[in-house]
Design a protein around this ligand. Structure first.
Ligand SMILES: Nc1ncnc2c1ncn2[C@@H]1O[C@H](COP(=O)(O)OP(=O)(O)OP(=O)(O)O)[C@@H](O)[C@H]1O
Ligand SMILES: [Mg+2]
Length: 262
Protein backbone atom coordinates (compact mmCIF):
# COMPACT_ATOMS: atom_id res chain seq x y z
CA UNK A 1 0.00 0.00 0.00
CA UNK A 2 1.84 3.09 -1.25
CA UNK A 3 0.45 5.57 1.23
CA UNK A 4 1.18 3.38 4.18
CA UNK A 5 4.83 2.96 3.27
CA UNK A 6 5.13 6.73 2.80
CA UNK A 7 4.18 7.25 6.40
CA UNK A 8 7.15 7.62 8.66
CA UNK A 9 7.63 5.17 11.46
CA UNK A 10 8.64 5.84 15.03
CA UNK A 11 12.23 5.07 14.34
CA UNK A 12 12.20 6.64 10.90
CA UNK A 13 14.75 9.16 9.66
CA UNK A 14 14.54 12.70 10.93
CA UNK A 15 13.00 15.32 8.70
CA UNK A 16 15.04 16.29 5.66
CA UNK A 17 16.38 19.84 5.63
CA UNK A 18 16.71 21.54 2.31
CA UNK A 19 19.42 24.17 1.94
CA UNK A 20 17.89 27.24 0.35
CA UNK A 21 15.10 25.75 -1.76
CA UNK A 22 13.48 28.65 -3.65
CA UNK A 23 10.61 30.08 -1.67
CA UNK A 24 11.63 28.33 1.52
CA UNK A 25 14.03 29.76 4.09
CA UNK A 26 17.25 27.77 4.29
CA UNK A 27 17.27 25.13 6.97
CA UNK A 28 13.53 25.21 7.62
CA UNK A 29 12.34 21.65 8.21
CA UNK A 30 10.11 20.25 5.49
CA UNK A 31 6.82 18.99 6.87
CA UNK A 32 7.00 15.64 5.25
CA UNK A 33 6.02 13.50 8.20
CA UNK A 34 2.50 12.23 8.47
CA UNK A 35 1.02 12.22 11.96
CA UNK A 36 -2.21 10.46 11.15
CA UNK A 37 -3.52 8.58 8.18
CA UNK A 38 -6.76 6.74 7.58
CA UNK A 39 -7.25 4.68 4.48
CA UNK A 40 -10.58 3.21 3.43
CA UNK A 41 -11.85 3.30 7.00
CA UNK A 42 -15.31 1.97 7.71
CA UNK A 43 -16.77 1.76 11.19
CA UNK A 44 -19.87 -0.24 12.01
CA UNK A 45 -20.99 -0.20 15.64
CA UNK A 46 -22.25 -3.47 17.16
CA UNK A 47 -25.86 -2.31 16.78
CA UNK A 48 -25.34 -2.21 13.00
CA UNK A 49 -25.03 1.57 12.74
CA UNK A 50 -22.46 2.44 10.05
CA UNK A 51 -20.75 5.60 11.32
CA UNK A 52 -17.88 5.86 8.80
CA UNK A 53 -17.85 4.73 5.17
CA UNK A 54 -14.54 4.57 3.32
CA UNK A 55 -12.80 7.50 4.99
CA UNK A 56 -9.40 8.55 3.63
CA UNK A 57 -7.55 11.22 5.59
CA UNK A 58 -3.89 12.19 5.75
CA UNK A 59 -2.70 14.82 8.21
CA UNK A 60 0.94 15.93 7.96
CA UNK A 61 2.87 17.17 10.94
CA UNK A 62 2.09 20.78 11.82
CA UNK A 63 -1.38 20.91 10.26
CA UNK A 64 -4.35 22.55 11.94
CA UNK A 65 -7.48 20.72 10.80
CA UNK A 66 -11.13 21.47 11.52
CA UNK A 67 -13.39 18.44 11.34
CA UNK A 68 -16.92 19.63 10.59
CA UNK A 69 -20.28 18.17 9.63
CA UNK A 70 -23.78 17.71 10.97
CA UNK A 71 -24.51 15.92 14.20
CA UNK A 72 -24.07 12.18 13.68
CA UNK A 73 -21.77 12.63 10.66
CA UNK A 74 -18.98 10.64 12.33
CA UNK A 75 -16.58 13.25 13.74
CA UNK A 76 -16.32 11.76 17.21
CA UNK A 77 -16.10 8.28 15.72
CA UNK A 78 -12.95 9.32 13.85
CA UNK A 79 -11.55 10.58 17.14
CA UNK A 80 -12.47 7.37 18.96
CA UNK A 81 -10.59 5.38 16.33
CA UNK A 82 -7.52 7.59 16.72
CA UNK A 83 -7.39 7.12 20.49
CA UNK A 84 -8.15 3.43 20.00
CA UNK A 85 -11.35 3.60 22.02
CA UNK A 86 -12.89 1.84 19.03
CA UNK A 87 -11.30 -0.17 16.23
CA UNK A 88 -12.01 0.27 12.52
CA UNK A 89 -14.23 -2.40 11.00
CA UNK A 90 -12.40 -2.08 7.68
CA UNK A 91 -9.38 -0.08 6.50
CA UNK A 92 -6.21 1.17 8.16
CA UNK A 93 -5.68 3.77 10.89
CA UNK A 94 -2.09 4.91 11.33
CA UNK A 95 -0.84 7.12 14.12
CA UNK A 96 2.71 8.32 13.67
CA UNK A 97 3.23 5.47 11.24
CA UNK A 98 1.88 2.76 13.53
CA UNK A 99 -1.09 0.66 12.45
CA UNK A 100 -3.41 0.85 15.46
CA UNK A 101 -4.92 -2.55 14.68
CA UNK A 102 -1.51 -4.21 14.94
CA UNK A 103 -0.23 -2.82 18.20
CA UNK A 104 0.81 -5.23 20.89
CA UNK A 105 -1.14 -4.70 24.07
CA UNK A 106 1.91 -3.41 25.93
CA UNK A 107 2.60 -0.82 23.19
CA UNK A 108 -0.83 0.79 23.50
CA UNK A 109 -0.15 3.20 26.40
CA UNK A 110 3.00 4.60 24.77
CA UNK A 111 1.29 5.20 21.42
CA UNK A 112 -1.78 6.59 23.16
CA UNK A 113 0.40 9.20 24.89
CA UNK A 114 1.25 10.66 21.49
CA UNK A 115 -2.24 12.16 21.57
CA UNK A 116 -3.47 14.88 23.89
CA UNK A 117 -7.24 15.18 23.93
CA UNK A 118 -9.90 17.48 25.33
CA UNK A 119 -13.69 17.25 25.16
CA UNK A 120 -16.68 19.54 25.42
CA UNK A 121 -17.19 18.52 29.06
CA UNK A 122 -13.83 19.03 30.62
CA UNK A 123 -13.64 15.71 32.48
CA UNK A 124 -11.71 17.14 35.42
CA UNK A 125 -11.54 15.37 38.78
CA UNK A 126 -13.71 17.58 41.03
CA UNK A 127 -11.86 16.95 44.28
CA UNK A 128 -8.41 17.62 42.91
CA UNK A 129 -6.92 21.09 42.38
CA UNK A 130 -5.84 22.35 38.96
CA UNK A 131 -2.26 21.33 39.76
CA UNK A 132 -3.34 17.89 41.04
CA UNK A 133 -5.55 17.25 37.99
CA UNK A 134 -2.61 17.94 35.70
CA UNK A 135 -0.10 16.05 37.84
CA UNK A 136 -2.41 13.03 37.96
CA UNK A 137 -2.00 12.48 34.22
CA UNK A 138 1.71 11.97 34.86
CA UNK A 139 1.33 9.98 38.07
CA UNK A 140 -0.83 7.32 36.39
CA UNK A 141 1.92 6.66 33.86
CA UNK A 142 4.48 6.13 36.61
CA UNK A 143 6.47 9.29 35.89
CA UNK A 144 9.24 9.83 38.49
CA UNK A 145 7.83 11.98 41.28
CA UNK A 146 10.51 14.66 41.08
CA UNK A 147 9.96 15.13 37.34
CA UNK A 148 6.26 15.91 37.76
CA UNK A 149 6.40 19.39 39.35
CA UNK A 150 8.45 21.07 36.60
CA UNK A 151 6.25 19.61 33.83
CA UNK A 152 3.08 20.75 35.60
CA UNK A 153 4.52 24.24 36.07
CA UNK A 154 5.46 24.40 32.39
CA UNK A 155 2.06 23.38 31.00
CA UNK A 156 0.21 25.64 33.46
CA UNK A 157 2.34 28.51 32.13
CA UNK A 158 1.46 27.59 28.54
CA UNK A 159 -2.27 27.81 29.31
CA UNK A 160 -1.91 30.83 31.64
CA UNK A 161 -3.19 29.19 34.83
CA UNK A 162 -0.20 29.53 37.13
CA UNK A 163 -2.20 31.79 39.45
CA UNK A 164 -5.10 29.33 39.79
CA UNK A 165 -3.03 26.20 40.36
CA UNK A 166 -4.44 25.51 43.83
CA UNK A 167 -8.12 26.05 43.01
CA UNK A 168 -10.65 23.25 42.56
CA UNK A 169 -12.47 22.91 39.19
CA UNK A 170 -15.69 24.11 40.82
CA UNK A 171 -13.94 27.38 41.65
CA UNK A 172 -13.01 28.04 38.02
CA UNK A 173 -14.84 29.55 35.04
CA UNK A 174 -15.69 27.28 32.12
CA UNK A 175 -12.80 28.69 30.10
CA UNK A 176 -10.39 28.06 32.97
CA UNK A 177 -11.66 24.50 33.33
CA UNK A 178 -11.05 23.89 29.64
CA UNK A 179 -7.58 25.41 29.94
CA UNK A 180 -6.88 23.01 32.82
CA UNK A 181 -7.96 20.12 30.60
CA UNK A 182 -5.69 21.45 27.84
CA UNK A 183 -2.75 21.65 30.27
CA UNK A 184 -3.40 18.07 31.33
CA UNK A 185 -3.48 16.99 27.69
CA UNK A 186 -0.06 18.54 27.10
CA UNK A 187 1.93 16.79 29.82
CA UNK A 188 3.25 14.01 27.60
CA UNK A 189 4.34 16.36 24.78
CA UNK A 190 1.78 14.94 22.34
CA UNK A 191 2.40 14.88 18.58
CA UNK A 192 -1.31 15.25 17.95
CA UNK A 193 -3.71 17.42 19.91
CA UNK A 194 -7.37 16.48 19.47
CA UNK A 195 -10.23 18.68 20.60
CA UNK A 196 -13.78 17.31 20.29
CA UNK A 197 -16.09 20.34 20.34
CA UNK A 198 -13.90 22.10 22.94
CA UNK A 199 -15.92 25.30 22.91
CA UNK A 200 -19.36 23.66 23.03
CA UNK A 201 -19.96 24.72 26.64
CA UNK A 202 -18.35 28.15 26.41
CA UNK A 203 -19.62 31.59 25.45
CA UNK A 204 -18.25 33.19 22.24
CA UNK A 205 -15.57 35.36 23.85
CA UNK A 206 -14.18 32.53 25.97
CA UNK A 207 -14.40 30.22 22.95
CA UNK A 208 -12.05 32.55 21.11
CA UNK A 209 -9.57 32.42 23.99
CA UNK A 210 -9.56 28.64 23.81
CA UNK A 211 -9.09 28.73 20.03
CA UNK A 212 -6.18 31.18 20.42
CA UNK A 213 -4.60 28.72 22.83
CA UNK A 214 -5.01 25.85 20.36
CA UNK A 215 -3.42 28.02 17.65
CA UNK A 216 -0.51 28.71 19.98
CA UNK A 217 -0.08 25.02 20.71
CA UNK A 218 -0.07 24.45 16.95
CA UNK A 219 2.60 27.14 16.55
CA UNK A 220 4.70 25.25 19.11
CA UNK A 221 4.74 22.42 16.56
CA UNK A 222 1.85 20.23 17.68
CA UNK A 223 -0.55 19.00 15.00
CA UNK A 224 -4.15 19.92 15.90
CA UNK A 225 -7.41 18.22 14.92
CA UNK A 226 -10.54 19.94 16.17
CA UNK A 227 -14.10 18.71 15.68
CA UNK A 228 -16.54 21.59 15.90
CA UNK A 229 -19.88 23.11 14.98
CA UNK A 230 -18.50 26.60 15.55
CA UNK A 231 -18.95 28.04 12.05
CA UNK A 232 -17.77 31.53 12.98
CA UNK A 233 -14.42 30.31 14.27
CA UNK A 234 -13.81 27.92 11.37
CA UNK A 235 -14.65 30.50 8.72
CA UNK A 236 -12.61 33.25 10.37
CA UNK A 237 -9.42 31.20 10.65
CA UNK A 238 -9.15 29.83 7.10
CA UNK A 239 -7.49 26.58 8.09
CA UNK A 240 -7.87 23.16 6.51
CA UNK A 241 -11.46 21.93 6.74
CA UNK A 242 -12.45 18.27 6.46
CA UNK A 243 -16.23 17.97 6.16
CA UNK A 244 -18.07 14.74 6.92
CA UNK A 245 -21.61 13.82 5.95
CA UNK A 246 -23.19 10.52 6.81
CA UNK A 247 -19.80 8.94 7.49
CA UNK A 248 -18.11 10.13 4.29
CA UNK A 249 -15.54 12.86 3.68
CA UNK A 250 -17.40 15.21 1.35
CA UNK A 251 -14.86 18.04 1.35
CA UNK A 252 -11.17 18.44 2.28
CA UNK A 253 -9.95 21.95 1.57
CA UNK A 254 -7.15 24.20 2.75
CA UNK A 255 -7.79 27.82 3.80
CA UNK A 256 -11.46 26.96 3.85
CA UNK A 257 -14.71 28.16 5.40
CA UNK A 258 -17.19 26.21 7.52
CA UNK A 259 -19.61 25.95 4.61
CA UNK A 260 -18.75 25.08 1.03
CA UNK A 261 -18.14 28.30 -0.89
CA UNK A 262 -17.99 27.13 -4.49
N1 LIG B 1 -21.26 3.41 20.54
C1 LIG B 1 -22.10 3.59 19.52
N2 LIG B 1 -22.99 2.61 19.18
C2 LIG B 1 -23.83 2.77 18.15
N3 LIG B 1 -23.88 3.87 17.37
C3 LIG B 1 -23.05 4.87 17.66
C4 LIG B 1 -22.12 4.79 18.75
N4 LIG B 1 -21.43 5.93 18.79
C5 LIG B 1 -21.89 6.70 17.80
N5 LIG B 1 -22.86 6.07 17.11
C6 LIG B 1 -23.58 6.55 15.94
O1 LIG B 1 -22.65 6.79 14.91
C7 LIG B 1 -22.99 7.97 14.19
C8 LIG B 1 -21.82 8.95 14.24
O2 LIG B 1 -21.71 9.41 15.58
P1 LIG B 1 -20.58 10.44 16.03
O3 LIG B 1 -20.65 10.54 17.50
O4 LIG B 1 -19.29 10.04 15.42
O5 LIG B 1 -21.11 11.78 15.32
P2 LIG B 1 -20.57 13.28 15.44
O6 LIG B 1 -20.27 13.75 14.06
O7 LIG B 1 -19.49 13.36 16.43
O8 LIG B 1 -21.88 14.04 15.98
P3 LIG B 1 -22.00 15.31 16.98
O9 LIG B 1 -21.73 16.52 16.14
O10 LIG B 1 -23.43 15.26 17.43
O11 LIG B 1 -21.03 15.13 18.09
C9 LIG B 1 -24.27 8.49 14.81
O12 LIG B 1 -25.35 8.04 14.06
C10 LIG B 1 -24.28 7.87 16.19
O13 LIG B 1 -25.59 7.68 16.65
MG1 LIG C 1 -19.29 14.26 18.30
Amino acid sequence: MAMVSAVSSDSGPSQPRLPGTPGKPAGKPVRSRVVLAMEGVTKSYPNGKVALRGVDLVVPEGDFVFLVGPSGAGKSTIIKLLIRDEMATKGVVLLDGRDLARLKRKEVPRIRRKIGIVFQDFKLLPHKSVRENVAFALEVTGAPRRSIGPVVDRVLRVVGLTGQADQLPGQLSGGEQQRTAIARALVHNPRLFIADEPTGNLDPLISWEIIQLLLRINELGVTVLMATHNAEVVTALRKRVVALEDGRVVRDQTEAAYHRED
